[in-house]
Each structure stands twice: as structure tokens, then as C-alpha cells.
Design a protein around this ligand. Sequence first.
Ligand code: HEC
Ligand code: HEC
Length: 336
Amino acid sequence: MRRFQLLVVLALIAFPLFAAERGSQRRKLDPRLVPLPAEAPAPVDNPTTPEKVALGKQLFFDPRLSGNNTMSCASCHKPERWFADGIEWNKGETGVTLVRNTQTCLNVGFYSTFFWEGRAGSLEEQALGPIESEIEMNQDLEELERELNAVAGYVSQFQAVFGAKPNRKDVAKALAAYQRTLITGPSPYDRYLMGEDDALSDDAKRGLELFAGKARCVECHNGPNLTDGRFYRMGVSEEDVGRVKATGREDDRFRFRTPSLRNVAETAPYMHHGLFISLDAVLSFYYNGGADASNYDLPLDAPNLADRPTSDMQYLLAFLNSLTGTPPDFTPPKLP
Ligand code: HEC
Ligand code: HEC
């Protein structure tokens, strides 16, 4: 009888230890793989407040921000398209085609540089870019200030939030604050990292293992937003010179920022040029060693992944599909 009790006690002690060990193994998959926080950090001079976010949301959806009052941020960053647009290249207000794929505004609060080649250093700095750009919203900022000052609903909100009349600097701050709240809720991948063992299918678990292991995706796609925020020459295309335009450094030619992979299954087409229409196409690119090996910085198994079994791709695809979280509420605002 005593011996039986002893066994029970031992089992009670050992089981949680065993379970904790298994759990920690899963969570320790790679310390760089962590769930997405529920809030994005804000700069000290632009704290996120509900009133500012509400104002930023109106501005984001307001076509008054463009030269002919026909185009808003949401014309290209479509809420129902996960704040991207689902097409290769979009057109600006005057009909000029932009030769880069529209990035999503979801989870942008976790980046520290913006645009494909990282030419803006904050969301505040980024926001006036598309408004002023002749090939995007084609708006004169003086004219924008005049227009917003003629709308009583904006004048009172800017006064309440910033203590000033509508002006370009605060337009940028409000747009930035709104975008910092565009965070997707936990994906199956996040739930798995937080300990929910069956949140991922077996294929997705194998994909995660490859992602963080042999396929070495994690070398660049890591952190809460699955990007290291650095710039690589992937050999995707040589038409767009990439980061050299922002820095003037020859070594930055053809480099682009590692994009987040959050909700990536929802934001086709892919890469800065938007020419890969599916995740299958992206994976084939990786598995064929990229376009031009001499112009290529993948720290993957040499020479490339082409020798690996094609089932890898199926597993990686299942994993990429597990990165879709729940979208934030995107009911369009009532404009003043
Ligand atoms: C005509 C289409 C269009 C409009 C309108 C537009 N954007 Fe964009 N947006 C793009 C494209 C294309 C890119 C990528 C541009 C690049 O890398 O040069 C982009 C990139 C961005 C990024 C960078 C995301 C990242 O991952 O770095 C943010 C943030 C953004 N836009 C916010 C806005 C805001 C705010 C507005 C309104 C003031 C706006 N956009 C209007 C097409 C558009
Ligand atoms: C050396 C760093 C690096 C490694 C390793 C890497 N990536 Fe990427 N990834 C990037 C960069 C940079 C881009 C954007 C390239 C461009 O647009 O020219 C990208 C783009 C992508 C995209 C397209 C995202 C979008 O929104 O357009 C997907 C999907 C992707 N990578 C998945 C993977 C997978 C899966 C692996 C492992 C097989 C991997 N990556 C390995 C840096 C890397």
C-alpha cells in the first residue's frame, strides 16, 4: 500500500515536469519566434489615444486627402483586402501605374522602416508621402490644409486632439496613430506558440520545423512580425534598384526589406514587384535558388533548396497559411 502511494506521488510530481518539458520544447522552437503583441509601441511625441485614432481613421478613408477628392488611403489599402489591394500594381489618382505592389497597413506599427526599400523612418514620416506624390494622391499640402479647415467636424476634432487647427503635421500623426491600431488577432501559429498544441495541423507543424530549421526562413523572417527589418538582395528582379535610391550606397542596390509574413495567405500577389501570384510561386522561387545566384544573398543550404523533397513545399505552405489572424474591425467611419 505504501509503495503504491509512493508511486502515485512520484507520478504526480513527474507528470507536470514531463509536460512542462514538452511544452517548453515547443515554445523554445526558436527564441526569435514570438507571438504578436496586442499593442504596437508609439513614439513619445505621438501617444495613441482613442480620439486620435478615430480622427486618423476618418482621414484614412477620406478622399478629400487627394487632389481631385476621389482617392483615399483606403482606395489602395482596402480593408476588405486585408489593407492591401490584391493586384500586382495599382494606379494613382491621375492614372499613372505604380510599379510596386501595395503593402498592407496591417501590423505596420511593428516595423521601424517603411516602404519596400525602407525609405521612411516612421509612420508619421511615411504618411504625407502618398498624399503629396504626383503619381499617388497628387495633393498639394497647402490645399489639403485649406480643405480640412473648411470642415467644421475636422476643425473641432483637431482642436480637441492636438489643440490646433487642421495642419499637415497632425494629419500625419493621426494617420500614424490609426495605423498602429491595425493589428490582427492571434493566428493559429500564435495560439500554438502560446501553448495550444492542436492549433496547428501536423503539416503546419512540419512546416514550422522546416521554417525554423533546414529551410532557414527564420534567419530573416523572425520576431513578432516575422521580419528582421533588414534589407536583402533576393534576385527577384533587377528592374527596381531598391534601397540604393534611399541611401545612395552602391551595396544597397536591389535590396528590399524583409516583409512581414503575417496574414500573408491573404495578400497575394507577392514581392516588391507583385509578380508572384501565389505562395506556391514564392516557394518555387526559394526552392529553385532564386533568379540569379550571383546577385543573391540567401543564407540557405548551398546551393539551394532544389534537392529537398517537394513535400517540404506543402508543409511550408500549410505553415504560411497558419499565419492568418483575425482582422481588426474595419467598418468605414462616418466622415465629417
Ligand atoms: C495609389 C495607391 C496607394 C494609395 C492611395 C496609398 N498607398 Fe500606401 N502604399 C502603396 C504602395 C504601392 C506602397 C509601396 C510603395 C513603395 O514601397 O514605394 C505603399 C506603402 C505604404 C506603407 C508602407 C507599409 C510597409 O510595410 O512599409 C504605408 C504605411 C502606407 N502605404 C500607408 C498609406 C497611407 C496612410 C495612405 C494615405 C495617406 C496611403 N498609403 C495611400 C499604395 C498606395
Ligand atoms: C535572406 C533573407 C530571407 C530568407 C532566408 C527568406 N526570406 Fe522570404 N523574403 C525576404 C525578402 C527580402 C523578401 C522581399 C523580396 C522582394 O520583394 O524583392 C521576402 C519575401 C517573402 C515572401 C513574400 C511576402 C510578400 O508579402 O510579398 C514570402 C511568402 C517569403 N519571403 C517566405 C519565405 C520563406 C517560406 C522562406 C524560407 C524558405 C524565406 N522567405 C526565406 C527575405 C528572406
